[in-house]
Write a new protein. Structure first.
Ligand SMILES: [Zn+2]
Length: 276
Protein backbone atom coordinates (compact mmCIF):
# COMPACT_ATOMS: atom_id res chain seq x y z
CA UNK A 1 0.00 0.00 0.00
CA UNK A 2 2.76 2.43 0.96
CA UNK A 3 4.48 2.15 -2.40
CA UNK A 4 1.29 3.02 -4.20
CA UNK A 5 -0.58 5.36 -1.86
CA UNK A 6 1.69 6.97 0.69
CA UNK A 7 -1.18 8.48 2.60
CA UNK A 8 -4.26 6.48 3.51
CA UNK A 9 -7.08 8.64 4.90
CA UNK A 10 -8.93 7.23 7.88
CA UNK A 11 -11.44 8.63 10.35
CA UNK A 12 -10.08 6.32 13.05
CA UNK A 13 -6.39 5.49 13.59
CA UNK A 14 -5.18 2.58 11.45
CA UNK A 15 -2.29 1.68 13.74
CA UNK A 16 -1.64 1.49 17.47
CA UNK A 17 -0.59 4.84 18.93
CA UNK A 18 3.14 5.28 18.62
CA UNK A 19 5.80 7.78 19.61
CA UNK A 20 6.56 8.07 15.89
CA UNK A 21 3.04 9.28 14.98
CA UNK A 22 2.91 12.61 13.15
CA UNK A 23 1.11 15.46 14.89
CA UNK A 24 -0.13 18.45 12.93
CA UNK A 25 -0.94 20.98 15.63
CA UNK A 26 -2.29 24.44 14.97
CA UNK A 27 -2.37 27.54 17.10
CA UNK A 28 -4.14 30.56 15.57
CA UNK A 29 -4.01 28.92 12.11
CA UNK A 30 -0.27 28.43 12.33
CA UNK A 31 1.34 25.00 12.34
CA UNK A 32 3.68 23.93 15.10
CA UNK A 33 6.98 22.74 13.63
CA UNK A 34 10.24 21.45 14.98
CA UNK A 35 13.48 23.15 14.06
CA UNK A 36 16.43 20.80 14.01
CA UNK A 37 19.82 21.79 12.65
CA UNK A 38 18.26 24.49 10.51
CA UNK A 39 15.68 22.07 9.09
CA UNK A 40 11.94 22.34 9.61
CA UNK A 41 10.19 19.09 10.57
CA UNK A 42 6.70 17.94 11.44
CA UNK A 43 6.68 16.92 15.12
CA UNK A 44 6.23 13.27 16.11
CA UNK A 45 4.39 12.29 19.28
CA UNK A 46 7.74 11.92 21.11
CA UNK A 47 8.39 15.63 20.40
CA UNK A 48 4.90 16.72 21.46
CA UNK A 49 4.64 14.53 24.56
CA UNK A 50 7.55 16.25 26.31
CA UNK A 51 5.92 19.67 25.93
CA UNK A 52 3.16 18.73 28.36
CA UNK A 53 0.49 20.74 26.54
CA UNK A 54 -3.28 20.35 26.21
CA UNK A 55 -4.50 19.45 22.73
CA UNK A 56 -8.06 20.14 21.61
CA UNK A 57 -10.22 18.85 18.74
CA UNK A 58 -7.92 15.89 18.12
CA UNK A 59 -8.67 14.21 14.80
CA UNK A 60 -7.26 11.17 13.10
CA UNK A 61 -6.25 12.05 9.55
CA UNK A 62 -4.97 8.67 8.41
CA UNK A 63 -1.77 6.76 7.92
CA UNK A 64 1.47 8.05 6.41
CA UNK A 65 4.35 5.60 5.94
CA UNK A 66 2.74 3.28 8.51
CA UNK A 67 2.45 5.99 11.17
CA UNK A 68 -0.77 7.57 12.34
CA UNK A 69 -1.26 11.19 11.37
CA UNK A 70 -3.23 13.26 13.82
CA UNK A 71 -4.16 16.88 14.03
CA UNK A 72 -5.48 19.17 16.70
CA UNK A 73 -5.34 22.62 18.18
CA UNK A 74 -3.41 24.09 21.05
CA UNK A 75 -3.92 27.22 23.08
CA UNK A 76 -0.91 27.18 25.42
CA UNK A 77 2.12 29.32 24.73
CA UNK A 78 5.21 27.29 24.06
CA UNK A 79 8.59 28.78 24.78
CA UNK A 80 11.00 26.21 23.47
CA UNK A 81 13.91 27.14 21.25
CA UNK A 82 13.27 24.32 18.78
CA UNK A 83 9.52 24.97 18.38
CA UNK A 84 8.11 27.45 15.92
CA UNK A 85 4.71 28.30 14.46
CA UNK A 86 4.44 28.86 10.72
CA UNK A 87 1.60 29.79 8.41
CA UNK A 88 1.03 27.36 5.55
CA UNK A 89 2.47 29.62 2.87
CA UNK A 90 5.75 29.92 4.75
CA UNK A 91 5.70 26.19 5.47
CA UNK A 92 5.37 25.47 1.73
CA UNK A 93 8.79 27.01 1.15
CA UNK A 94 10.50 25.05 3.94
CA UNK A 95 9.29 21.43 3.79
CA UNK A 96 8.76 18.77 1.11
CA UNK A 97 5.50 18.82 -0.82
CA UNK A 98 4.01 15.79 0.95
CA UNK A 99 4.44 17.32 4.40
CA UNK A 100 2.96 20.57 3.14
CA UNK A 101 -0.06 18.78 1.66
CA UNK A 102 -0.63 16.89 4.91
CA UNK A 103 -0.50 20.16 6.83
CA UNK A 104 -3.04 21.56 4.36
CA UNK A 105 -5.31 18.57 4.97
CA UNK A 106 -5.05 19.05 8.72
CA UNK A 107 -5.90 22.72 8.40
CA UNK A 108 -8.90 21.98 6.15
CA UNK A 109 -10.18 19.33 8.54
CA UNK A 110 -9.93 21.53 11.63
CA UNK A 111 -11.54 24.51 9.87
CA UNK A 112 -14.36 22.34 8.56
CA UNK A 113 -15.09 21.14 12.11
CA UNK A 114 -15.09 24.71 13.40
CA UNK A 115 -17.51 25.88 10.70
CA UNK A 116 -19.94 23.02 11.25
CA UNK A 117 -20.67 23.13 14.95
CA UNK A 118 -24.31 24.02 14.29
CA UNK A 119 -26.78 22.75 11.70
CA UNK A 120 -27.33 24.99 8.66
CA UNK A 121 -30.94 23.78 8.43
CA UNK A 122 -32.30 23.94 11.99
CA UNK A 123 -29.48 25.49 14.05
CA UNK A 124 -29.10 22.54 16.44
CA UNK A 125 -25.77 21.17 17.62
CA UNK A 126 -23.89 18.93 15.16
CA UNK A 127 -21.85 15.92 16.22
CA UNK A 128 -19.18 13.85 14.51
CA UNK A 129 -20.61 10.77 12.83
CA UNK A 130 -19.33 7.60 14.50
CA UNK A 131 -17.99 5.83 11.45
CA UNK A 132 -14.77 4.18 10.47
CA UNK A 133 -15.02 5.23 6.84
CA UNK A 134 -17.12 8.34 6.60
CA UNK A 135 -16.02 11.72 7.88
CA UNK A 136 -19.18 13.69 8.46
CA UNK A 137 -20.97 15.98 10.89
CA UNK A 138 -24.59 15.09 11.65
CA UNK A 139 -27.29 17.28 13.16
CA UNK A 140 -28.51 16.02 16.53
CA UNK A 141 -32.04 17.20 15.73
CA UNK A 142 -32.85 16.86 12.01
CA UNK A 143 -30.13 14.49 10.81
CA UNK A 144 -28.72 16.97 8.26
CA UNK A 145 -25.26 15.70 7.30
CA UNK A 146 -22.26 17.64 5.96
CA UNK A 147 -18.94 16.42 4.63
CA UNK A 148 -15.63 18.27 4.22
CA UNK A 149 -15.84 20.40 1.09
CA UNK A 150 -13.42 21.94 -1.33
CA UNK A 151 -14.14 24.81 -3.72
CA UNK A 152 -12.69 24.19 -7.19
CA UNK A 153 -10.86 26.94 -9.01
CA UNK A 154 -9.20 26.73 -12.41
CA UNK A 155 -5.77 27.99 -13.35
CA UNK A 156 -4.62 28.05 -16.96
CA UNK A 157 -1.45 28.70 -18.93
CA UNK A 158 -2.47 30.15 -22.33
CA UNK A 159 0.20 30.19 -25.02
CA UNK A 160 0.41 31.97 -28.37
CA UNK A 161 3.31 30.54 -30.35
CA UNK A 162 6.38 31.03 -28.18
CA UNK A 163 4.69 33.42 -25.77
CA UNK A 164 2.78 32.97 -22.53
CA UNK A 165 -0.19 35.01 -21.33
CA UNK A 166 0.47 36.56 -17.94
CA UNK A 167 -1.68 39.01 -16.05
CA UNK A 168 -1.29 41.45 -13.20
CA UNK A 169 -4.12 41.18 -10.68
CA UNK A 170 -5.01 44.27 -8.66
CA UNK A 171 -4.27 42.38 -5.43
CA UNK A 172 -0.75 41.43 -6.58
CA UNK A 173 2.28 43.35 -5.39
CA UNK A 174 3.78 45.77 -7.91
CA UNK A 175 5.42 43.97 -10.84
CA UNK A 176 3.99 40.52 -10.07
CA UNK A 177 2.41 38.59 -12.95
CA UNK A 178 0.72 35.20 -13.04
CA UNK A 179 -1.31 32.89 -15.24
CA UNK A 180 -5.11 33.31 -15.27
CA UNK A 181 -7.14 31.76 -12.44
CA UNK A 182 -10.66 31.91 -11.09
CA UNK A 183 -13.34 30.06 -9.15
CA UNK A 184 -15.62 27.52 -10.82
CA UNK A 185 -19.26 28.67 -10.73
CA UNK A 186 -21.86 26.26 -9.34
CA UNK A 187 -22.86 23.71 -11.98
CA UNK A 188 -20.08 24.77 -14.37
CA UNK A 189 -17.67 22.37 -16.08
CA UNK A 190 -13.97 23.04 -15.58
CA UNK A 191 -13.52 23.52 -19.34
CA UNK A 192 -16.30 26.12 -19.53
CA UNK A 193 -14.82 27.85 -16.51
CA UNK A 194 -11.40 28.04 -18.22
CA UNK A 195 -12.98 29.61 -21.32
CA UNK A 196 -15.10 32.02 -19.29
CA UNK A 197 -12.35 33.20 -16.94
CA UNK A 198 -9.92 33.89 -19.78
CA UNK A 199 -12.59 35.68 -21.81
CA UNK A 200 -13.87 37.72 -18.86
CA UNK A 201 -10.46 38.73 -17.57
CA UNK A 202 -8.52 39.40 -20.77
CA UNK A 203 -11.10 39.21 -23.60
CA UNK A 204 -9.55 36.47 -25.74
CA UNK A 205 -10.84 33.13 -26.98
CA UNK A 206 -8.82 29.94 -26.53
CA UNK A 207 -8.64 26.38 -27.91
CA UNK A 208 -7.03 22.99 -27.12
CA UNK A 209 -7.82 23.12 -23.41
CA UNK A 210 -5.90 20.28 -21.77
CA UNK A 211 -5.81 19.05 -18.20
CA UNK A 212 -2.46 19.67 -16.52
CA UNK A 213 -2.78 18.70 -12.85
CA UNK A 214 -4.36 19.69 -9.57
CA UNK A 215 -3.34 21.04 -6.21
CA UNK A 216 -5.21 21.63 -2.97
CA UNK A 217 -5.02 25.30 -2.11
CA UNK A 218 -6.09 25.62 1.51
CA UNK A 219 -6.68 29.40 1.59
CA UNK A 220 -9.19 28.57 2.93
CA UNK A 221 -10.45 25.48 1.06
CA UNK A 222 -9.84 25.67 -2.69
CA UNK A 223 -8.67 23.04 -5.11
CA UNK A 224 -6.75 24.41 -8.07
CA UNK A 225 -7.37 22.50 -11.32
CA UNK A 226 -4.61 23.33 -13.79
CA UNK A 227 -4.96 23.48 -17.59
CA UNK A 228 -2.96 24.49 -20.61
CA UNK A 229 -4.59 26.13 -23.64
CA UNK A 230 -3.73 27.89 -26.87
CA UNK A 231 -4.75 31.27 -28.19
CA UNK A 232 -7.59 31.19 -30.71
CA UNK A 233 -8.89 34.67 -31.39
CA UNK A 234 -9.22 38.26 -30.14
CA UNK A 235 -7.09 41.07 -28.74
CA UNK A 236 -6.15 41.36 -25.09
CA UNK A 237 -8.54 43.69 -23.31
CA UNK A 238 -8.32 43.48 -19.52
CA UNK A 239 -11.46 43.72 -17.40
CA UNK A 240 -9.93 46.62 -15.43
CA UNK A 241 -11.56 45.35 -12.24
CA UNK A 242 -9.64 42.25 -11.31
CA UNK A 243 -6.92 42.32 -13.97
CA UNK A 244 -5.13 45.62 -14.48
CA UNK A 245 -2.66 44.54 -17.16
CA UNK A 246 -2.01 41.45 -19.26
CA UNK A 247 0.27 40.62 -22.15
CA UNK A 248 2.10 37.89 -24.06
CA UNK A 249 5.56 37.29 -22.64
CA UNK A 250 8.59 35.57 -24.17
CA UNK A 251 10.54 32.94 -22.28
CA UNK A 252 13.23 35.48 -21.38
CA UNK A 253 10.67 37.97 -20.12
CA UNK A 254 8.89 35.29 -18.07
CA UNK A 255 12.17 34.33 -16.41
CA UNK A 256 12.61 37.90 -15.23
CA UNK A 257 9.10 38.10 -13.84
CA UNK A 258 8.53 35.06 -11.76
CA UNK A 259 9.68 33.39 -8.56
CA UNK A 260 9.50 29.63 -8.30
CA UNK A 261 7.17 28.33 -5.58
CA UNK A 262 5.25 25.20 -4.63
CA UNK A 263 2.08 26.48 -6.37
CA UNK A 264 0.60 24.90 -9.47
CA UNK A 265 0.79 28.36 -11.09
CA UNK A 266 4.54 28.07 -10.74
CA UNK A 267 4.46 24.53 -12.20
CA UNK A 268 2.52 25.81 -15.22
CA UNK A 269 5.11 28.51 -15.83
CA UNK A 270 7.88 25.89 -15.49
CA UNK A 271 6.03 23.80 -18.06
CA UNK A 272 6.00 26.77 -20.46
CA UNK A 273 9.70 27.46 -19.91
CA UNK A 274 10.57 23.82 -20.59
CA UNK A 275 8.40 23.38 -23.66
CA UNK A 276 8.62 26.67 -25.54
ZN1 LIG B 1 -30.59 20.25 11.90
Amino acid sequence: MNDYLKFEPSVKPLHKDSREDYWYLFKDNKLMVLKEKGEVKIPRWKDVDVLNISIYNIQSMGSYYNCNCKCGEIIDDINEENIEFLNLRTLSTLVDEESYLLASKANLLLNWLKLNQYCGVCGSKMYKKDSKFERAMVCSNCGNTTWPRTSPAIIVAVTKGDRLLLAHNKYFPEGKYSVIAGFVEYGETFEDCVKREVFEEVGIKIKNIKYFGSQPWPYPNSMMIGFTAEYLDGDIKVDGEEILHADWFTKEEVLGLYNKSISIGSELIEWFLKNH
